[in-house]
Write a protein that binds this ligand. Sequence first.
Ligand code: MN
Length: 324
Amino acid sequence: MDKRVLQNIYQIILKSENIFVQGHARCGDAIGSTLAMMHWLASLNKRYLAFSPEPIPEIFNFLPGVEEIVTDSNNFNLSNFDLLLILDCGDISRTGIAEKIKQEKRADAYLLNIDHHHTNDYFGDINVVDTTASATATLVHEFFQANNINLNKKIATCLLNGIFTDTSIFTNPATNQSALGQAANLLIAGASVNTIVHSLTKNKTIKSLKLWGRALERLQLNEKYQIAFTVLLQDDFRDFSEVKSEAVEGLANFMNSLSDAKIVMILREESGGLIKGSLRTTEDNCDVGKLAKFFGGGGHKKAAGFTIRGQIRYNEERKIWEVI
Ligand SMILES: [Mn+2]
């Protein structure tokens, strides 16, 4: 990332008086990046508000400062802020409050977009988009480094949580030299590596694995496109109602370890006639972000998602799961 851009942003933040910071929902990178920024703004004695459009998944409750994140958008008015810092959102709709931003943002307030999704549409007044970055947390870290900002233990833990989330602890293709180097730096700065790994990995319950079991039993391969796919129905979530939606993301990552498919896909029935799709690949020449975009979604080349209308049914004749 161009150091001058990161230094310019620093100046803008220093000049701002009240800063709104948020990421997209339910993601360890977005939440980690939001909290890292929040801790830094607090150290500058800035006024700020950290927001997440949905409740924070329990697995991130260990992150320092997480209790400060506001999750109800009725609790603030954006006209109070002179800088809106949007992290890890490929487009404005990922904020969950696009309409509110449109209505309430002051004309003189800056919208700053810091992100690494390769579907990013440059929605900000200022855009710091690096699609080669493993995580938004690595961009936030670069920003701190470019401006000689000292990282404390809290900031380091939040940023490392972002890197670990988006690289699946250095096991997925988002892993690169820069992420490993930055992680080493964050360890030196005191990041609680064991706590993060424990929280990101030791979080399955017997019920959640039984839900995985249903999905794994239905696994099918589309030979033409080399896509292994499965479905989860509303009934499954009724039967295992305690299982959190993060369990499905974990399943998508687990299925990505298949050696006899290029792409894996989970279709999951949501309430209101919606179906949510999760796509993963480890192939260099596959871009699931493009596939997701085709269905109105977005994401990365290696991990992406979309939402469509429909219902999932089993076709007895063809012995195949279908969307109707
Ligand atoms: Mn991310």
